[in-house]
Design a binder for this molecule. Sequence first.
Ligand SMILES: O=C(O)CCC(=O)C(=O)O
Ligand SMILES: [Fe+2]
Length: 281
Amino acid sequence: MDHSGASLINLTRYPIHKKGSERDAVLKSARENLDRDGCAVLKGFLTQDGIAALTAEAESVAENGHKSFNRTNAYFTKDDPSLPADDPRRQFFDRSNAFIPADNFRKDGALRSVHDFDGFDAFIQDCLQEEKFYRYADPLADVIVNMASEGNGFPWHFDTNNFTVTLAIQNADAGGAFEYAPGIREGDENFDEVKHVLDGTSDKVTTLELEPGDLQLFRGRYSLHRVAPLRGDRPRYVAIFSYVEEPGMVGSPERTEQLYGRTLPIHWERQAGHRADAFID
Ligand SMILES: O=C(O)CCC(=O)C(=O)O
Ligand SMILES: [Fe+2]
């Protein structure tokens, strides 16, 4: 199969490589959506060939996914028994999934052909209007695939990163909608409304049914979000592209071991003097 980015990305609809009025129109719409509710979805960013190629590639390396399980609240903090039992900081959920580390994706493979396509990074940066914007320099984490099936999932949380860039590759048989409460903690923590989201009684939740090939830009620091429980045998595959505010950053050895099940020499060499918390998490 042809793995040039030009055949995998729908450049007719999203001419990200060509400065001009068409690209400007796509940018304008993405920025408006990001401003309004912290989320922009570029439907059908991949072509049908792109979806097929990325799915085949994810399947071919799926066995290398590293499973991780934990119990976490929406804030990734420890339990605080001094708070009332119904405080949202005391609601813990199971979180489990598998990350396929970035070094499973070859330079000439489909996923990196999209990532390395001329203009891809610049386009994402322009949508997000982030001044400091660098690819994560972590060979295990610059672009990964998040794999989850029935019984796994991402329960309600706020991201520690300012934004997340994801590309839907394959959905589970059922379930897996992306649900989020736009800007729920924009002004303050808004624990009362967060509580309603966690117990399923909020009317502030937007549901997105993302399809294979959709590119999503999401500011998850202020918007509580989750992936609704998955059903069926087919795994859900989502690629996650990581960008950070400084060049040369990699993950801490501890976090890398936890997420990917191994570390490389670079994780130990670089740990002094570099922020270690730049994960999509
Ligand atoms: O898998 C997704 O669609 C998003 C998961 C998520 O919220 C995250 O990686 O922080
Ligand atoms: Fe998230």
